[in-house]
Design a protein around this ligand. Sequence first.
Ligand code: NAD
Length: 283
Amino acid sequence: MEILDGKKLAKKIRQQVKGEATQFVERWGRPPSLHVILVGDDPASHIYVRNKERACKKTGVASHQHLLPQETGQAELLQLIRKLNADNDVDAILVQMPLPKGIDSGLLLSAIAPTKDVDGFHPINLGKLYAGRAALRPCTPLACMRLIEETGVELPGKNAVVVGRSTVVGKPVAALLLEQHATVTICHSRTRNLAHVIAEADVLVAAAGSPELIKGEWLKRDAIAIDVGINRLEDGTLTGDLEFEAAAARASWITPVPGGVGPMTVAMVVANTLTAANARLTG
Ligand code: NAD
């Protein structure tokens, strides 16, 4: 079994992005820029935003944070997004989820210009993903794919099982696996006999948000196991959706939690910022 080290791979990606960011500055006279909108004081969201800012700093991407109070209204947020859409020096816009109650996150995500939608959640970008067309693609699913690529295992014809069907992870990662010619099964909370489906998986992507839901003994021998889940236990420790030790005993490759998909997602945010900036400016 080998550990798929997300921290190490994220560093490699940041180095590549740094090189591209330098070229960008030479060509356009300014660095590529990411604008993050964060509403309220959810501690986890603040950590995620700080991690993105750090990754930007390490790669020469300009990071701007719009930290807004909990009571910020929807109209004000829409106004800010429209202002950023219209600003030619803004390359990428990210609205940190979750948003306070009463704000329609779907409406806000749809208001972001699709060319600046670094998270790839705009319906146009999600539609293009399913249509197999070039577009900004969601960062966590891209992170999963890049980790799988690192194993060197060829995906065509492999059985891939995704646990979770959210728009953030499950559905888009399934689309990306399908694009790479895997035979994809999506499981969710109503799936019957999860163990039985997982037993067929050459590649497993777990994104249910349920601590150690997936037992190690369910895994097919030598499966690739990508654990997206981040679950905080009562004692404060973080755990994934997989029973790590037992899963590691059967898998050929496995991502740890923390240190797997998490740091890779952050690296893909800066990589997508570069993609967005280059695509928009070179038109
Ligand atoms: P979500 O709650 O929106 O979706 C969870 C999905 O899992 C749902 O489709 C649900 O049907 C399915 N599910 C729940 N319980 C199940 C069960 N017992 N059996 C089968 N399916 C089940 O969550 P999300 O936003 O997709 O996130 C999933 C997990 O990934 C969370 O732990 C989240 O914190 C984590 N996450 C990590 C990153 C990262 O960067 N590492 C990014 C996004 C999300």
